[in-house]
Write a protein that binds this ligand. Structure first.
Ligand code: NAD
Ligand code: IPM
Ligand code: MN
Length: 351
């Protein structure tokens, strides 16, 4: 029995999660896999009613009682400071020490790429974003609040352990997945302390992986190169904030945020958190126009990391066929509703 904790969250998170769980159940049944989903109402509504994002004991239960956690999206205009998102999303990433944010960049069909003359072979790499440190740790403070002399400090935390484990993971990932190269990206020309550490650790680790080509790019040059020549990349490893920004850029090259998936992982401790790259897109919430493919491809990633590779491949094929046959939402030029896309994908899954 594979147990999945499902947190649909806020806004379009609800619609795309319903869609992805339909495909998940159909795919599991097609391959005779026993999957049990338990749904949790963590999100803005519950937070506004109770003041609680992630209840006491939830972290431990999600860690110990489930094989995977599936999250739709969080974010609600009524909670401007995203306090519930900090508790739930960052709470799970940090609390479960999910230091790898794995974000595939894969073009499923040429028609989806806004770049001229790009083939599916040109866009197939993975961004490994550090997921437990950097500017996301919430260390800092405000001094002389509300005065003309106000000072706001937001620390960028980089530890040797944290930097080394994600860089080492990138090389191990490249080796085990027959990827030829690793590119490490930072801003060490300006961030002379935090990102100097990234430089030094990268130089130390890369010599242990002589079978993998590796080089460094400053993050501004990385953004440019991703657009100019995406075919050069296999594995990109970078810090938390740069990984966030770069993966929205990468999403557009694949067809938009409506198709970009991600996994938050710790290879040592097991349970992963799987979520689309996109957010709750409040302006599209409840209209049935959200593209569920990112959420469906997130389910594919979940099956892959649960070692059900044939299920993952079947979902990817079904998604590709739906795209080619125009069975897509309006952001991809189609006219189907969110749930109709889920039905179309599910119909194209064969065990
Ligand atoms: P967003 O990803 O929610 O939406 C940005 C735009 O991308 C949308 O307006 C829409 O044009 C497009 N888009 C996104 N998902 C789509 C889909 N499935 N189908 C079609 N189009 C889609 O980002 P935002 O507007 O910056 O943020 C909205 C809220 O979501 C904020 O509260 C933000 O903090 C939160 N957020 C949460 C997550 C998460 O839970 N993992 C990720 C990003 C943003
Ligand atoms: C993402 C999101 C989150 C992040 C936000 C909502 C905290 O943008 O998963 O990409 O910045 O990591
Ligand atoms: Mn983001």
């Amino acid at each position: 029995m594979t147990r999945i904790a499902v947190i649909p969250g806020d806004g379009i998170g609800n619609e795309v999660t319903e869609a992805a769980m339909h495909v998940t159940e159909v795919a599991a049944a097609a391959f005779g896999i026993d999957v049990e989903c338990q749904w949790f109402d963590y999100g803005a509504d519950t937070y506004l009613k109770t003041g609680v994002g992630l209840p006491d004991g939830a972290l431990e239960s999600l860690r110990d009682d489930f094989d995977a956690i599936y999250l739709g999206a969080l974010g609600d205009p009524r909670i401007a400071d995203m306090a519930h998102g900090k508790e739930i999303l960052l709470g799970l990433r940090f609390g479960l020490d999910l230091f790898v944010n794995h974000r595939p960049v894969k073009l499923l069909d040429e028609s989806l790429c806004p770049l001229k003359d790009r083939t599916v072979e040109d866009l197939d790499f993975v961004v490994l974003r550090e997921n437990t440190e950097g500017a996301y740790v919430g260390v800092g403070g405000i001094f002389k609040l509300g005065t003309p002399d106000e000072v706001a400090l937001q620390e960028d935390v980089n530890t040797r352990k944290g930097v080394e484990r994600i860089i080492r993971y990138a090389f191990e990932y490249a080796r085990s997945h027959r990827r030829k190269s690793v590119v490490m990206s930072d801003k060490s020309n300006v961030l002379r302390y935090g990102h100097d550490l990234w430089q030094r650790v990268f130089e130390e680790v890369r010599v242990e992986y002589k079978d993998i080509e590796s080089w460094h790019l400053f993050v501004d040059a990385l953004a440019m190169q991703i657009v100019k020549n995406p075919a050069q990349f296999d594995v990109i490893v970078t810090c938390n904030m740069f990984g966030d920004i770069v993966t929205d850029l990468c999403a557009v090259l694949q067809g938009g945020l409506g198709v970009a998936s991600s996994a938050n992982l710790n290879p040592q401790t097991g349970v992963g958190l799987f979520e689309p790259v996109h957010g709750s897109a409040p302006k599209y919430s409840g209209q049935g126009v959200a593209n569920p493919l990112a959420a469906i491809l997130t389910s594919q990633l979940m099956f892959e990391f649960l070692q059900y590779h044939e299920v993952g491949a079947a979902i990817e094929n079904a998604v590709r066929r739906s795209i080619v046959e125009g069975q897509v939402t309006r952001d991809l030029g189609g006219n189907l509703k969110t749930e109709e896309v889920a039905v179309a994908v599910a119909e194209r899954i064969s065990g």
